[in-house]
Design a protein around this ligand. Structure first.
Ligand code: TLP
Length: 338
């Protein structure tokens, strides 16, 4: 099987498995797991923040950030195609009684600055209180698009003008950094809080980190406990995360090159591709819409897995373990159904 459904399907590398087997561990709820502590210090340093917290998933990292900043009935501004709004089971409302204020995402993954500003509530007893703006970088549903750093700086300035918190869903911030030739810390700088994932392109089996100020992380640690995310000998997992952060970032460039190959090949076959392809995600459509289930099972029968975004759109994600020859083979399969 060539599995392009997601970069979450990556297997831990041999170096990760060795590090996991050998990791010194302790009870992390007591703050005594040396490997978790090392991972958190490393992530804080790499992202230029005071502190970091190891959490089981990106979903929990985003939810914790919202819970720390927003109270019951408060509002957060989020793009209509962002992961937090679409794929996190409504956790902000379900768990935090936090009201989403949804603003359209443009094809490049941004939200128009005027639309964000217009969504901020005036101080009036009728309205929820706006507390936070959430961005996503890279933007998954918009095809792995990178938020332009100048844009993020403008949103930062807007947040400052209105006294709002800026949270980043940086599940794939590493991909943005590699593609831009920027440091992760530069891209993290405008955000008050940021959630980053180890278990996507970096191939760790489990885990994400939330980063921010020391005070924010102290509160985030409480929120993680509320959600049942306080883990004990989690150093077993953090050990893989350390390998992810120290060894796996530069190779993301290979995933990006493979995504370009795939996008070029799809277009040559007559598929429509959401361009530009900037990182490791290719969103594509058939020249004329056909039932997605039928297409996906035809491809599956020939050994190719991709995911569906609905509305006739498919997603293919390149990752560790996908080589140029797999891309060629995927294109041969995709050619059979046109
Ligand atoms: N995304 C998954 C699915 O949930 C769609 C994927 O296959 O891409 N933020 C972004 C931008 C994400 O893409 C994801 C995972 C998350 C957060 C959540 O991470 P996890 O799965 O660790 O909760």
């Amino acid at each position: 099987m060539i599995d392009l459904r997601s970069d979450t399907v990556t297997q831990p590398t041999p170096a990760m498995r060795r590090a996991m087997a050998e990791a010194p561990v302790g009870d992390d709820v007591y703050g005594e797991d040396p490997t978790v502590n090392r991972l958190e210090a490393l992530a804080a340093e790499r992202l230029g923040k005071e502190a970091a917290l190891f959490v089981p998933s990106g979903t929990m990292g985003n939810l914790i950030s919202l819970l720390v900043v927003c109270g019951r009935g408060d509002e957060y501004i989020v793009g209509d195609n962002q992961h937090t709004y679409i794929y996190e089971a409504g956790g902000a409302s379900a768990v935090g009684s936090i009201h989403p204020r949804v603003v359209p995402n443009l094809p490049d993954g941004t939200m128009a600055l005027q639309a964000i500003e217009a969504a901020i509530r005036p101080d009036n007893v009728h309205f929820p209180r706006t507390r936070l703006i959430a961005l996503e970088n890279t933007h998954n549903r918009m095809g792995g698009r990178i938020l332009p750093p100048e844009y993020v700086a403008q949103v930062r300035a807007l947040a400052d003008r209105h006294g709002l918190w800026l949270h980043g869903d940086g599940a794939r911030l590493w991909n943005a950094a590699v593609a831009l030739g920027a440091s992760p810390a530069e891209l993290a700088a405008p955000f008050d809080s940021l959630s980053v994932c180890l278990s996507k392109g970096l191939a760790a089996p489990v885990g994400s980190l939330v980063v921010g100020s020391r005070d924010f992380i102290a509160e985030a640690r409480r929120a993680r406990k509320v959600l049942g995310g306080g883990m004990r000998q989690a150093g077993i997992l953090a050990a893989a995360g350390i390998v992810a952060l120290t060894e796996m970032i530069p190779r993301l460039a290979e995933d990006h090159a493979n995504a370009q190959r795939l996008a070029d090949g799809l277009e040559a076959l007559g598929y429509r591709v959401h361009r530009p392809v900037e990182t490791n995600i290719v969103v594509f459509e058939l020249p004329e819409p056909r039932p997605e289930d039928r297409m996906m099972s035809a491809w599956r029968e020939q050994g190719l897995l991709v995911s569906s975004f609905g509305g006739g759109r498919f997603r293919a994600v390149t990752h560790n373990g996908i080589e140029p020859s797999h891309v060629e083979q995927a294109l041969r399969v995709l050619a059979t159904t046109l």
